[in-house]
Design a protein. Structure first.
Length: 209
């Protein structure tokens, strides 16, 4: 049994919900772990994995620039730390992001996921919806997707594995140690995606210890 340190970037967004989902995932897997609310670069050093939650991607990016946190996150991911980007987190991880309405946003990006993201791809807040989706490549045949001002993914690079589509739009991917979804798994009672992420962290932890 590994005692994992799992961080949640705690600048803005669904922090408590992801904490609860990770805690439930750890318990279901019979694992122990510490959940760390990450706000400073110093907190990154002890992490075995990190969730970048849903929220407002521009705000999270700008505030993370201030104290060097964004740079530290990029370095940790590039050195192999598993990361799970959710909605705004997906946008932040991408190499290229445009808004469906306003086009280029010039927001800070981590420039790690080899794909393009269209912000607000399914519409604005009033167009939020829920739908059943499948993530067969990771053995999750049915998942309740909660889409809130959700982005979608296009133009994926050769290293990107598509995990799920909805209405022909890509909504979940994996690239190496990076997992990302355009929907919010933390807003359901189903922790299967968080369990999958914990397993990725476990594998990385065992490989490096």
């Amino acid at each position: 049994m590994s005692d994992l340190n799992i961080g949640i970037l705690s600048i803005q967004g669904d922090i408590a919900e992801n904490g609860a989902s990770i805690q439930a995932a750890l318990e279901e897997l019979g694992e122990t772990g510490t959940i760390i609310k990450v706000k400073t670069p110093e907190q990154l050093s002890k992490l075995d994995g990190l969730i970048i939650p849903g929220g407002e991607s521009t705000v999270i990016g700008q505030l993370s620039l201030v104290n060097g946190l964004l740079k530290g996150i990029k370095e940790k991911i590039e050195s192999g730390m598993p990361v799970f980007g959710i909605c705004a987190g997906l946008i932040l991880l991408s190499k290229n992001a445009k808004d469906r309405v306003v086009g280029n946003t010039d927001q800070p990006l981590l420039d790690l996921l080899d794909l393009k993201v269209e912000r607000n791809s399914f519409g604005r807040q009033r167009d939020s919806f829920e739908a059943k989706i499948s993530l067969e490549p990771v053995n999750i045949s049915s998942f309740h997707g909660v889409f809130i001002r959700a982005p979608s993914i296009s133009d994926v690079g050769s290293e990107v594995q598509v995990l799920s589509k909805f209405n022909e739009k890509i909504v979940a991917v994996k690239q190496g140690n990076i997992l990302a979804t355009s929907f919010h798994p933390e807003l359901t009672h189903d922790v299967s995606l968080h369990k999958y992420f914990v397993k990725i962290i476990q594998q990385s932890f065992e490989k490096n210890n």
